[in-house]
Design a protein around this ligand. Sequence first.
Ligand code: ZN
Ligand code: ZN
Length: 365
Amino acid sequence: MPFHPERLTRLRASLAASQLDALLVSALPNVRYLTGFSGSNALVLVTADDALLLTDFRYAAQVKLEVAPEVRVAIEQNSLWVRLWSELKALPRVEVIAFESAHVTHQDAARFVGEGAEGAAWKWRPALNLVEILRETKDVGELAQIRSAVQIAEHALGRTLPQVRVGMTELAVAGILEHELRNAGSEGFAFETIIAAGARAALPHARASSAVIAKGDLLLIDFGALHGGYCSDITRTFVVGRAADARQTEIHGIVREANGSASAGVRAGMRGRDADALARDYIHRRGFGEAFGHSLGHGIGLEIHEAPRLAKTAEAPLPPGAVVTIEPGIYLEGWGGVRIEDDVVLTSDGPEVLTTFDRTLSQLG
Ligand code: ZN
Ligand code: ZN
């Protein structure tokens, strides 16, 4: 990921506005966003005129490839925390330090007053979402990565569907899809692939299981690709082994209508709850309000679930440049479920739907 100095500039402005001398960044997606470093062990300290990345020996070569010279790097053989104290002591004007309260364990918070930190005058302040808020708005490069992740996912899905047959297990279908994702260039899986057949499709977050796909089953497939560290997230629902029956067609039609009108109506500046209502009110009017028990969508980026939220309780406006999912569903216990999920970028000119894969209730096998 190329280095983006403006991200540090924006973060420093928000630190100054909150009278904070520094932020200790411990969430790895935030580390990656600010410095480009994609390793699994790091702390970053951002002050008004300095950015310091602490990591361990395993990443000594990787940081040279990923981290720009604007970020100071310290390779620590023993404890990142002990090293942090000595680095902090060399920055005497840094007193009020924020930490990411959603991403620091209790054990690590105890270190703020523990060994090596005794006698220091630091004042630690819990902070929430200082970097996450910056990440809501995607820049051109980030959007290009998400577009690639969408294309990879759709290509893999297109290769997978002709291989699905009655009698396969959900796990077998997940294996085919994940193989096709890798072949198409996915760096990994944006989250654990959801393959849910028949009545199991009523479980919105079903893991793929050894359940066998029967003739006439609905098959719900929810998965994502990873490209340049960025996620895509797409769901389609199919019927296997025969044409859809009247009930399947009716419920799929309602979800598709809800998905289409929300994707077309969502706007930057709209509150998350109003976006959620675009689909929820329609499903409610059609008599299935109780069967749509989760929120309409979420931001995607370096993480599969990130800000902003499109939910009944989301008061915050959706920022321009956010990429969000639109994923209404109807789930009926004992019968099954239908979800259709697309990824949408909220441009200043309106929504652009990135996912283009066919949304009809097509027959597989
Ligand atoms: Zn999904
Ligand atoms: Zn999703």
